[in-house]
Design a protein around this ligand. Structure first.
Ligand code: AMP
Length: 433
């Protein structure tokens, strides 16, 4: 499926091409068509699946197609509610990027920053409000915002909002919105009974969509660990790439490390480039386009840049370093073995990374074959190769959660609520600093 086939305006398609998006993610492919038809949505999707575009694109399309006439009041027509200000800022950034050729105005309303610039922005006129509930209620109280013209409401991360005790605020906000002719899209990782009940109160016959949680990897991927001393990893990477002409996505842990690896590979005669958060969008787009077209054979990435990368038929992923969070392994490996194609996922693991490897095996609930490479055998064998207990006999352990920053200004701080619980594990190895 392509973005063109979804029937989006050319100005939106142009912005998507500039973002380097080539095809819709599963949540986008499932949500955009009914959203464009004006249906309410109950969409099960998590951050990292492309859900921001899944609601922002139809929202922008709708505002663009039904453009405001110059005589109409400049009140907001779309409201996106999110639990944290970081998320609000991130959505704003995306909306700005997708809508840059449309002339649609968006602004954020959240706590922890001065209220006056927000009041000024509201006075000047805005189409899309992206808000956290607390500050939006402040504006409602002092009548600096009028929500009576809202045509579209998005509740993002609805499960987290409910979990964080926002329900009374959300209900109060809902009381300020028009009931008739409003489209409502609710995005949530899970559909707990409270969410269904909430949805039933203010949605009209919503279309239900559920995108699988990416906590499992395709069976078409072969996983392999090459144990190696940390200081021999680069040589082993070069050895593997020189002996295998396949297109390969290499993951490093840091931006600096990714740059150094790409330079080393280039010096050795391989066609390589790095892609990470410090590169400009142009550089990122070009590197990705070159990789997709085969002009370069090796792309060295960090996790940040790799999120959402959609590369057709990528045969091999190499982890030069294991990710600090086990779920990122699944995201990384998810870049290969797509659409039924065979994929190979190789991880270079030094003994300092044994704890990370153990977390990954627990998350996947599967062993990963450990295969030393002749000439690169480690000075200390990995405990994982044979001496560790089989995974299925161990107690399940919660893996570390991605840290989440709270929104401040009296809004609940999810970090305080969800401290990662660590259980005691036998044969515990020291984790790398
Ligand atoms: P989200 O789940 O909205 O946080 O998106 C996760 C990441 O995927 C973001 O970096 C987006 O820029 C990226 N992304 C969203 N949609 C696509 C797409 N269709 N193709 C490539 N990347 C995408």
């Amino acid at each position: 499926m392509s973005f063109e086939s979804l029937g989006l305006a050319p100005a939106l398609l142009r912005a998507l091409a500039e973002q380097g998006y080539t095809a819709p993610t599963p949540i986008q492919a499932a949500a955009i068509p009914p959203a464009l038809e004006g249906r309410d949505l109950l969409a099960g999707a998590q951050t990292g699946t492309g859900k921001t575009a899944a609601f922002s694109l139809p929202l922008l399309e709708h505002l663009y197609v039904a453009r405001r006439k110059p005589t109409q009041p400049k009140r907001p027509r779309a409201l996106v509610l999110t639990p944290t200000r970081e998320l609000a800022a991130q959505i704003h950034e995306n909306v700005r990027a997708y809508g840059k050729h449309l002339g649609v105005r968006a602004t954020t309303i959240f706590g922890g920053v001065g209220i006056n610039p927000q009041i000024d922005a509201l006075r000047r006129g805005v189409d899309i409000l992206i808000a956290t509930p607390g500050r939006l209620l402040d504006h409602l109280q002092q009548r600096s915002v009028d929500l009576s013209h809202i045509e579209m409401l998005v509740l993002d991360e609805a499960d987290r909002m409910l979990d964080m005790g926002f329900l009374p605020s959300i209900k109060r906000i809902l009381g300020h919105l028009p009931r008739q002719n409003r489209i409502t899209w609710l995005f949530s990782a899970t559909f707990a009974p409270e969410i269904k009940a909430l949805a039933g109160e203010f949605m009209r016959d919503p279309v239900e969509i559920q995108i699988a949680k990416p906590n499992s990897v395709a069976t078409t991927v072969t996983h392999r660990v090459h144990p190696v001393d940390a200081d021999k990893k680069r040589d082993l990477l070069l050895h593997l790439l020189e002996n295998d002409g396949r297109q390969t996505l290499v993951f490093g842990r840091t931006k600096h490390g990714a740059d150094k690896l790409a330079k080393m590979l280039e010096k050795s005669g391989l066609k390589a480039a790095a892609i990470h958060g410090n590169k400009s969008q142009n550089q990122r787009t070009r590197a990705l386009a070159d990789f997709k077209s085969g002009r370069i054979n090796v792309l060295v990435a960090t996790d940040i840049a790799a999120r959402g990368l959609d590369i057709d038929q990528l045969p091999m992923v190499i982890n030069h370093d294991l990710p600090m969070v086990a779920e990122d392994y699944v995201h990384r490996i998810g870049r290969t073995g797509r659409a039924g194609a065979e994929g190979l996922a190789i991880s270079l693991v030094s003994h300092e990374e044994e704890g990370l490897l153990r977390d990954i095996r627990r998350l996947l609930k599967q062993e990963i074959e450990v295969v030393p490479v002749t000439g690169f055998e480690p000075s200390r064998p990995l405990r994982a190769d044979g001496t560790a207990k089989p995974v299925q006999n161990q107690r399940p352990q919660r893996h570390a959660r991605r840290p989440h920053v709270g929104s401040g200004n009296g809004e609940p701080n999810p970090e305080a609520r969800k401290k990662p619980r660590r259980r005691r594990v036998r044969n515990k190895q020291p984790r790398p600093a």
